[in-house]
Design a protein around this ligand. Sequence first.
Ligand code: HEM
Length: 510
Amino acid sequence: MSFWEILLWTSLASLLTTLLGGLYAMGTFRVRKTREPPLDKGFIPWLGYAINFKKDPVQFLQRMRKKHGDVFTVLVGGNYLHFVMDPHTYRHIVKEPKNKLDFYMFASVIVFNAFGFHSSECHHKIVQTFSNKYLSGQNLSTLNQVMMANLQKVLFHRQEQKRSWQQDGVLHFSYRNMFQAAYLTLFGTEPEGGVEKKDAVKENELTHYGEMFEAFQRFDRFFPQMAFSLLDPLGKRETQRLKNIFWDILSLEKVYQKDNISSWVLEQDKRMAEVGMTEKVRTRFLFLLLWASQANTGPATFWILVHLLKHPEAMEAVREEVDEALREAGQEVKPGCPIGNVTLSALKTPFLESAIEETLRLKTSPFLFRSVMQDTDIKTSDGREYTLRKGDHLLLFPFLALHMDPEIYPDPHVFQYDRFISPNGTKKEFYKDGIKLKHSTMPFGAGPSMCPGRFFAMSEMKIFVILMLTYFDMELVKKEEEIPAIDARRYGFGTAHPSHDIQFRYRLRF
Ligand code: HEM
C-alpha cells in the first residue's frame, strides 16, 4: 500500500470513529434494557421526535400511547423522556425522594432561561414556607378581602357614568382586570399623599398598570420558547427589553416606595436578603413571583367566563346560587355599595366551585417534570413494573392521563358545570379501572413542586365570577361564535391560552 493510500485509509478510519463517537454520544445506539419502557427514537438522530412534540404535544402523545401503551420512552432533542399515562401511579411517583426523581434541576434551567438568575433549593424553600404561611388559613382570608376590594376598585373604575353596554374581548377584559387587581393586592399600592391627590393617584395607578399588563402579556407570549432557549435573535432582543422594564418596575427602590405590600411578597424578599441574595437577584426573584402569580389566573378566568357565557343554564345556576349566598351572608348588592366583609369560605357556592374545577380540568395542561437521578422502579396499577434509567427525564401529563380520559369523565371535551357534584350534593368521587382516584384533577401539579398559590388562585377566580355575575349583565357579541380552540404551542405551561379572543358586551346590572 502506498503512503497516500495509508494516509487516506487512516483519515477515513478516524472520520468514521469521530462520526460513530458523535452518534454514540447523541444516544443513537441506545437499546432498550429489560424492564425499561418501550423505546421510540424516531428517525432523526438526536432530534428524535422534537418537531412533532413541539408542534402539538397532545396529538403526538396520543399517537405514542396508542403505539406503546401507558408507559413509554421517546427521544426528544437529545433527551430521553419517559411518559407515564397511568394516573394511579402519580401519587407514588410524586412522593419519590429527590435523590431518585428530582424537580429542582429542570426548574432551575427554566428559571435561568426566563428570569436570569440561578435558582436553588433555597429559593424553592422560601417560596413554599412563605406561601404556606401567607396564602392559606387566616392570612388567606385577609388577602381575599384585599383582593375583593381591589377587584371592585378596578372593575368599577369609571363604571358609574357608563350604564350603557360596553364591548371588549373576554380574554383582554378578564386578564387585564385580574392582573391589575392581583398586582395591587400582592405588590402594593401607590402612596396616596393626602386626600386631594387620591383620585389622581388612582387614575395614574390604573393607567400605569394597564401599560404594565400589555408588557406582561408580550413577555408571556415568548415564555415557552424562552424557557427552552429557543428564541430567535429578534425574540431575544424583545424579551430582554421587556425584562428590563420589569426589572426596573421591581427594583427594590421602587418596590419599597409602595404602601400595602402583601406579607407574601415582603417576607419572601426579606428572607432573600437574610440569606445573602444581591439586590439584582432579589429583583429578578420578584419578577418570577409576579409571573407565577399572574400568568395562569388571568387566562383561567377568561375560560370560566367564556364557558358561562356559552352555557346559559350554567350561568343561571351559578348566578342564583351566588345571589342566595350573598343574601344569606347579609350582603346588600347595589352600585355604590360594594361587597365588603364577606368571608369567601363562608359562602356556600358548590356550583361555582364545580364550574371552576370543570374549567381547570378542560383548560389546564401542565407537564410535571422530574430528572431521574438513579435507576428508579415504577409500578403501574395493572402490576407492570418498569425501570427508569438514570440521566433520563420523566414527564407526567395529567391533562391526557386524567382530565381527558373518557372512562373517568364521560364526554371529556364537554363543559358540564355540575360535573364535580354528586346527586346528593356532596363532592363527587372519580374512578379508573374500578379504583378510586386520589386526585381526580391536577391543574396545580402535585408533590413538592405543587403550586403554592393554589388556594389564593381559587379565591381570585371565585371573587372574579362573583363580582361579574352580581354586578354585570353580559352577552357574547356573536352568540353563535364557538369557544376558541386551545393554542397548542402552550401545552405544558399551566393554563392554556385561546387561539384568539372573543368579543362580549357588558353593562352594570342596576
Ligand atoms: C389558575 C391559576 C394557577 C395555576 C393553574 C397554577 C399552576 C401551577 C403549576 C402547574 C405549577 C408548577 C407545578 C409543578 O411543576 O409541579 C405552579 C407553580 C407555582 N405557582 Fe402556580 N398556578 C396558578 C396560580 C398561582 C398563583 C395565584 C400564585 C401566587 C400567588 C402561584 C404561585 C406559584 C409559584 C410561586 C410556583 C413555583 C413554585 C416553586 O418553584 O416552588 N400560582 N403553578
